[in-house]
Ligand binder design. Structure first.
Ligand code: HIF
Length: 291
């Protein structure tokens, strides 16, 4: 009888409410698990979603958030992805609870949830990513190298199809989280509130005095006043470059403009390389836990 009923219903097609439930479960787990460095897995979940997406190459159409190929060793062990196992492990019980969602849709939903739960803007979402096999792993070297300058930043984000304004708007995500010596080699947070999304990253870039940190690790900047904050060479490139700097100034002065452009940029980033069947105007906006 059960089988017959199932046949009548057809295959399970998840709807908005089903994805909202997954969102709620991720949000609840973020609240529960405060055993990550600043009390939240939010930053590393966002980093996972971005590193899936940021492999995209617009010329060949390869890479991007479709596939979740970071599950496989070649890509999972790329130097740039060091530490992201913790984010994947965090999401595994959610995948067990909702087996119908693909890893690739789940990892991006994790990024969306992280941003919203860290009090960032709404990030509209649509599903449609499928998991692909190891042969779809991208070659090493597609993600940015923090020791480089603006030419590199433009080359990497240009390859994904982004312009100057979008590059600066996305960069505000470095208000969140921190660098770990055992992962990237760099050390420290960018802002004083690394689990809340604000435009502080831009304000600090402009208002603080920055100097090279005196240490034996990779070259990074520290704030002269407290010596507790950091900037990567690629972060500092945003104020050194004439094309980038006006946007840094704009976002430092206008959090609303930052949130708007950040959201637009992240939506585009998270959708790179995905052959959606759902139209752009049918994206969903999830309720946050505090709405
Ligand atoms: Fe990051 N990023 N990112 N990044 N990033 C690190 C950490 C985070 C770059 C380098 C690093 C973006 C762009 C760039 C986050 C989100 C985003 C670390 C430290 C490095 C080295 C990793 C570690 O040691 O754990 C470079 C060179 C980028 C291009 C300029 C995006 C815009 C800012 C696209 C973005 O969204 C987040 C969040 C973290 C914090 C992770 C954590 O575990 O706390």
């Amino acid at each position: 009888f059960g089988e017959a009923a199932k046949k009548l219903q057809g295959p399970f097609v998840p709807k908005f409410e089903d994805y909202q439930q997954v969102y709620n479960s991720i949000a609840a787990r973020l609240e529960e698990r405060d055993d990550y460095d600043d009390g939240s897995f939010g930053p590393v979940l966002l980093r996972l979603a971005w590193h899936c997406s940021g492999t995209y190459d617009k010329e060949t159409g390869t890479g991007g958030s479709n596939g979740a190929t970071m599950r496989f060793t070649p890509e999972g062990s790329h130097g740039a992805n060091a530490g992201l196992q913790s984010a994947r492990d965090f999401l595994d019980p959610i995948k067990e609870q909702y087996p119908w969602i693909t890893y690739s849709d789940l990892w991006i939903l994790g990024g969306v949830c992280a941003i919203q739960e860290m009090q960032g803007p709404k990030i509209p979402y649509r599903p449609g990513r499928s998991d692909r096999d190891v042969s779809f792993c991208t070659p090493d070297g597609r993600l940015p190298d923090a020791s480089k300058d603006q030419k590199h930043v433009r080359a990497i984000f240009g390859r994904m199809g982004f312009d100057d304004k979008e590059m600066v708007a996305l960069s505000g995500a470095h208000a969140l989280g921190r660098c770990h010596e055992d992962r990237s080699g760099y050390s420290g947070p960018w802002t004083f509130s690394p689990t809340t999304l604000t435009n502080d990253y831009y304000k600090l870039l402009l208002e603080e005095k920055w100097a090279w940190k005196k240490w034996t690790g990779p070259k990074q900047f520290e704030d002269v006043k407290t010596k507790t904050l950091m900037m990567l060479p690629t972060d500092m490139a945003l104020v050194q470059d004439k094309g980038f700097r006006p946007y840094v100034e704009k976002y430092a002065n206008d959090n609303e403009a930052f949130f708007k452009d950040f959201s637009d940029g992240v939506v585009r980033l998270f959708e790179l390389g995905v052959p959606f069947t759902v139209a752009e105007d049918a994206r969903w906006t999830f309720k946050s836990s505090f709405d």
